[in-house]
Structures are given as structure tokens and as C-alpha cells.
Design a protein around this ligand. Structure first.
Ligand SMILES: [Zn+2]
Length: 88
């Protein structure tokens, strides 16, 4: 304990280095976690698409009149031409 300030300073530097290393490692794992999440979402989208006969489930809906898949944001069914807008 001849140089208490020097010892504290080294300890301080060491602590900062440990925190920086932890931050880099955690950042890597967080990024990896979000990548896995987006991959999972993409896979679910692909699965839903395949289950709906090759049409994206988020953008299509089943027409209540002819039971065929049509664009969800369109006012009229692209198959039977009936009004399928939701604001009626
Ligand atoms: Zn229809």
C-alpha cells in the first residue's frame, strides 16, 4: 500500500475495461437476439404464406362471397367484384 492512489487508479481502469468488454459482448448478443427474432418473424410469414396457397397472409383476405383470396386493402373482390370494404 505504498501508492494507494496508483492502486485505486489501476483498479478504476481495470473496472472500466471490464465494463467496456461486457458492453461489447452484450451488444453482440442483443444484436444476435434481434436477428433471430426477425428471422423467426420472416419464417412465420413464409409459413403462413405457404398455408394460404402461396399468397401473403398479411396482405390478402378471404372474400366472404366467393371464398377466394383478394387484396385486403381493396374495396372490391378481384374475383367476383363484390364490395368487401370494411366500412359498411
Ligand atoms: Zn369474391
Amino acid at each position: 500500500m505504498m501508492y494507494p492512489f496508483g492502486g485505486m487508479f489501476l483498479y478504476f481502469i481495470f473496472t472500466i475495461l471490464v465494463f467496456v468488454a461486457l458492453f461489447v459482448i452484450l451488444r453482440h448478443f442483443v444484436l444476435w437476439y434481434w436477428k433471430i427474432n426477425s428471422i423467426e418473424t420472416l419464417l412465420e410469414e413464409i409459413r403462413d404464406t405457404l398455408q394460404n396457397g402461396g399468397k401473403p397472409s398479411t396482405k390478402t383476405m378471404e372474400c366472404p362471397f366467393c371464398n377466394k383470396f383478394t387484396q385486403i386493402d381493396s374495396t372490391f373482390c378481384s374475383h367476383c367484384g363484390k364490395n368487401i370494404s370494411k366500412d359498411i
